[in-house]
Design a protein around this ligand. Structure first.
Ligand code: ADP
Length: 349
C-alpha cells in the first residue's frame, strides 16, 4: 500500500499524523475540562501553526534519517557526480520508495552480471594460460630430449643422429606453427588485421585449395572433390587470402579426421545475397556436447589423439575470427561415426 509513496508524501503523511495526534490529545483535554477554547479563529490559527511546525519537524526527521541514506545509496550506484546532484535536488524527493527499490535491484543485477562476466573471463584466462604453456611445453621438451641425447654422444651414432635431428626440426616447425597461430589470434583480437576485400571467383579458389591438398588426401586415402550439383561459379566479396586460410583449415581437418577410403566434398549453394559454402566429410564425427566449444581457442575433442595428428586446437578459432571479421557466420553439424559438415556464408558481389 505504501510502496508507491514518495518521500515528499511521507513528510506530508508524518505532518498530518503528528497534527492529528496533538489535536486528538487537546480534544481529550477539552472533554475532561482541563482546556477551554471557544473561538474557531483561535483553533484555525493554532492548527495552521501546528501544521507548519510539524511539517518542519517531519522534514528535518525524514531528511536526516531517510533522505540522506537514500542519497548515499544513489551515490553508491551512480558513478556520475552530476546524476547524484540532479537526484538530490528535485527528482529524488518525488521518487516512490518502490522505484528507489527497483533502481537498487537493477543496479544489483547489473553488478552481478559484471561479476559473472569477470569470473568467466578469469576462468578463461587461467585455462588459456594453462593451454598455451601445455602446447609449448610438448614440442620444447621433445626438442630438448633429442638435442641432449645428441650432445651426450648420440651425434656420433649413425643409427640415430639424422633421425633425431629430423625429429627435433619437426618439433621446431610445430612450435613455430603454434606461435604463428597465437600471433594471428592475438592480432585479430586486437583488431590489428585489416581485411583486403576484393571480388573473386569462389570456385576458382576452391579448385586451387583442392589442388593444394591432393598430396595430403592421397596420403590419408581420402577422396577430395567438389560436391555434385553444388559447384556453380559465384563472385564473392571477401579477403581472398583469408578465405583461402578458412578453406585450408576446414579441408585439412576433413582429411585429418576422415576415415580411410573416405570422401570429403566442398559445395557452394545460392542463398540470394549470400553463398553458403559447405565442407563435408564422412569421418569420425563429433559428439554433440563438443560442438559448442569447437571454435574456442585450444579446444580439442580428443586431446591425446588430436595432438598426435599435429593439431593445436587453434585452427577453428582462427577460422571463426576470420569469418567474424567479415560479418559472416559459420556453423557445424555432425554425427559420430557418420561425419561432419562445416558451413559458412560469404557475401556475393
Ligand atoms: P586442430 O588443429 O587440433 O585440428 P582445430 O581448431 O582445427 O584444431 O579443431 C579443433 C578440434 O575439432 C580438433 O582437435 C578435432 O577434435 C575437432 N575437429 C575439427 N574438424 C573436425 C572434423 N572434420 N571431424 C572431426 N573432428 C573435427
Amino acid at each position: 500500500m505504501f510502496k508507491n509513496i514518495s518521500i515528499q508524501q511521507v513528510i506530508l503523511l508524518l505532518t498530518a499524523s503528528l497534527t492529528g495526534v496533538i489535536v486528538l490529545i487537546l480534544l481529550v483535554f477539552m472533554t475532561l475540562g482541563y482546556l477551554f477554547v471557544s473561538s474557531g479563529l483561535v483553533w484555525l490559527i493554532f492548527i495552521t501553526c501546528l501544521l507548519l511546525v510539524n511539517y518542519i519537524i517531519s522534514k528535518i526527521i525524514i531528511e536526516n534519517f531517510v533522505f540522506r541514506r537514500i542519497i548515499l545509496i544513489y551515490k553508491m550506484i551512480h558513478t556520475s557526480q552530476r546524476t547524484v546532484r540532479e537526484m538530490k535536488e528535485d527528482k529524488l524527493i518525488h521518487k516512490s520508495i518502490l522505484s528507489v527499490k527497483n533502481d537498487v535491484v537493477k543496479w544489483v543485477e547489473e553488478k552481478q552480471l559484471q561479476i559473472d562476466q569477470l569470473t568467466e573471463n578469469e576462468v578463461y584466462r587461467r585455462s588459456l594460460l594453462g593451454d598455451i604453456s601445455h602446447e609449448l611445453k610438448t614440442p620444447i621438451f621433445s626438442i630438448q630430449g633429442y638435442l641432449f641425447t645428441l650432445l651426450d654422444g648420440g651425434i656420433n651414432d649413425e643409427s640415430i643422429n639424422m633421425k633425431y635431428l629430423r625429429r627435433a626440426t619437426a618439433n621446431l616447425n610445430r612450435l613455430e606453427k603454434i606461435v604463428r597461430n597465437l600471433e594471428t589470434v592475438h592480432d585479430f583480437e586486437m583488431h590489428k588485421i585489416e581485411l583486403r576485400k576484393t571480388p573473386f571467383d569462389l570456385k576458382e579458389l576452391i579448385d586451387e585449395v583442392i589442388e593444394d591438398h591432393m598430396i595430403m588426401s592421397d596420403k590419408h586415402n581420402v577422396k577430395l572433390a567438389l560436391k555434385v550439383g553444388a559447384s556453380k561459379s559465384y563472385t564473392v566479396l571477401a579477403d581472398k587470402e583469408r578465405i583461402r586460410q578458412v578453406l585450408n583449415n576446414l579441408i585439412a581437418n576433413a582429411i585429418k579426421y576422415g576415415i580411410k577410403d573416405g570422401l570429403t566434398t566442398i559445395g557452394s549453394y545460392d542463398m540470394a545475397e549470400y553463398v553458403l559454402v559447405e565442407v563435408s566429410d564422412d569421418g569420425i564425427g563429433i559428439e554433440e556436447e563438443h560442438l559448442k566449444y569447437l571454435f574456442d581457442q585450444f579446444y580439442r575433442v580428443d586431446k591425446s589423439r588430436d595432438r598426435e595428428s599435429g593439431g593445436s586446437g587453434l585452427g577453428l578459432a582462427i577460422v571463426k575470427q576470420i569469418l567474424d571479421a567479415h560479418d559472416e557466420t559459420i556453423s557445424v553439424r555432425s554425427t559420430v561415426g557418420e561425419g561432419s559438415t562445416f558451413a559458412f556464408t560469404l557475401k556475393k558481389r
